[in-house]
Write a protein that binds this ligand. Sequence first.
Ligand SMILES: [Zn+2]
Length: 254
Amino acid sequence: MPLFDSHCHLDFAEFDPDREMLWSQCRAAGIERLLIPGVCLADFPRQAAVVTSCGGTVAAYGFHPWWQHQHQPQHLHQLAGWLARPDCVAVGECGLDLAIDAADLALQRQLLSAQLALAVDFNKPVILHVRQAHEPLLALLKGFRLPRGGVLHAFSGPPELAAQYARHGLKLGIGGTISYPRAAKTRRTVAEVPIDWLVLETDAPAMPLAGYQGQRNSPLQLPLVLTTLAALRDEQPLALADQLWRNSCELFGL
Ligand SMILES: [Zn+2]
């Protein structure tokens, strides 16, 4: 039963003390593939180094809205070079986040548009981050025909919102959020929507599962996300895992 963590920041400093040991524990636990999303240009070489040292991992390269003031227009040219590399399977993570301090929507929108255009040019899926910005994000997506769709990472929301993203060819990245009973809407969504809309993720080191708050999240928690999802859908974890694995592999062309 192979599992695919479609969103884990394994290159972040939180994993410096034990990254390679952790990744071998993941492989032993059936987590055979893991995607490391990019956040800013300065970090891309570190991501590439982790992909080289941890077999089975792949990268996406992109500019995250949390780093909105580090990104420079000329970085977009350099991003194109990174997207052409064989270790790169997607553009991202990119998106809109109006929940951060001093969020600059115009700047975020400009950066995201440029990255969506690159996803079209390079024929790659996109990995999208969104907080408190569903309306502007959906409005922006209407202007693009994404050839390979992508993932709306860390999805939370009702089934109607999920359906709007699905119309753009986006899958929903499902992680620790569904382990919290208070996430009733999201739990209902993941129980109801077609399974081919979903991919698994941990977003480690962020987003710990219920019962693990305050701890570093780990890709080793992915089986727990799977069994939580299976319980909510009243399905067998094995059959579910098989479909989710195929969803991720097809999306990223692996
Ligand atoms: Zn992320």
